[in-house]
Design a protein around this ligand. Sequence first.
Ligand SMILES: O=P(O)(O)O[C@H]1O[C@H](CO)[C@@H](O)[C@H]1O
Ligand SMILES: Nc1nc2[nH]cnc2c(=O)[nH]1
Length: 296
Amino acid sequence: VHNNKKCYCCSFEDYKLTTEWLLNQTSHRPKIAVICGSGLGLLAAAATDKQTFHYQDIPNFPVSTVAGHEGCLVFGTIGGKSCVFMQGHFHLYEGYSLCQVTFPVRVFRMMGVDTLVVTNASGGICPDFKVGDIMIIKDHINLPGFAGQHPLCGPNDERFGIRFPCMSDAYCKELRRLALDISVELGCEGFVREGVYCMVSGPNFETIAEARMLMVLGSDSVGMSTVPEVTVAKHCGLRVFGLSLITNKVSLDYSREEKVNHEEVLQISKMRAEVLQKVVTTLICRCSQDQSINTH
Ligand SMILES: O=P(O)(O)O[C@H]1O[C@H](CO)[C@@H](O)[C@H]1O
Ligand SMILES: Nc1nc2[nH]cnc2c(=O)[nH]1
C-alpha cells in the first residue's frame, strides 16, 4: 500500500516494512496500543517520554482526513508501561479499504503489542443513556461485515491468525470489570455504562427508521468505526478493551427537533476527554502485564 493509493489487500511485507521502520525510529517497545476516537487525542497527554510521528511520514500509513483526528502516532510511557497512541483512526467513509483502516493494528501486533484499547464517539440508542455517558463496550454488531465489508475477507494469512476466529469474547471481561472498579474509585460511576456498539459505514447519521431498526437489533450505541480494528485485533490474538463516549442521543422519535452534527460530537468529546483519559491511564497502570499473546 502507498499513501493515498487505493488498496484492497495489504501483504505481509507491507506490515513488516512499516513495523521495521518504526522499530528503527524509536526505542519504545509498546505493549499497549490506544486508538483515540473523534476529539479524544488528549488521551495521549498523560504519557511521558513522548515521541510523535505524523501519519504522512510513516511508510504505508493512511492519513487522517476527518476533523478531530490529529493524524499522529505517539509513543510514550504510562505507569512504567510502554504505550503507543493513535491520535485519529481511519474510516470506511473516508474511502479507505478495511485493510487500510486496520493496517496499524497488525503493525502494533508485529511490534509486540499485546493489548488494544479502542475509544470512539457514538450516538446513544439505549433510552437510558445520556449525552456525556461513557459506555464500556461489552460487545459489538458488525453491520458492514454482514454485507461483506469485512476486514478478514480475502485470503487468510495464517501468520496473523486462523480463518474462522471466535468473536464471542471480543472484549476482555477482566478489563471491563477493572474499568468498572476504576470508575467507582474515580467517582464517575454515575455516567459509566456497559453496552453494545453497532458499526455502520456512515458518513450520514441515521434516519429515524434506521435508528429504530438498530435498537431492535440490540444496539445501545452507534458509530462509524472501531469494529474492523477490534476484529483484526482479535484475529491476531490481542486482548481488547473499548470505551465509547455517548456524544449525542440518536433520534428515535419523529417529534424530536434536535439534529446531530459532527461539531456537537467534538464538543462533547472535548468536555469528557479528561475523564476518559483518567480511566484509560488508570486502567493501563493497573492492568496485568502477564498477558501472553494468543498464538492459536
Ligand atoms: O471516529 P469515531 O470516534 O468513531 O467518531 C464518530 O464520530 C464521527 C461522526 O461525528 C464518526 O467518525 C463516528 O465514527
Ligand atoms: N452513526 C453515528 N455515528 C456517530 N458518531 C457520533 N454520534 C453518532 C451517531 O449518532 N451516529
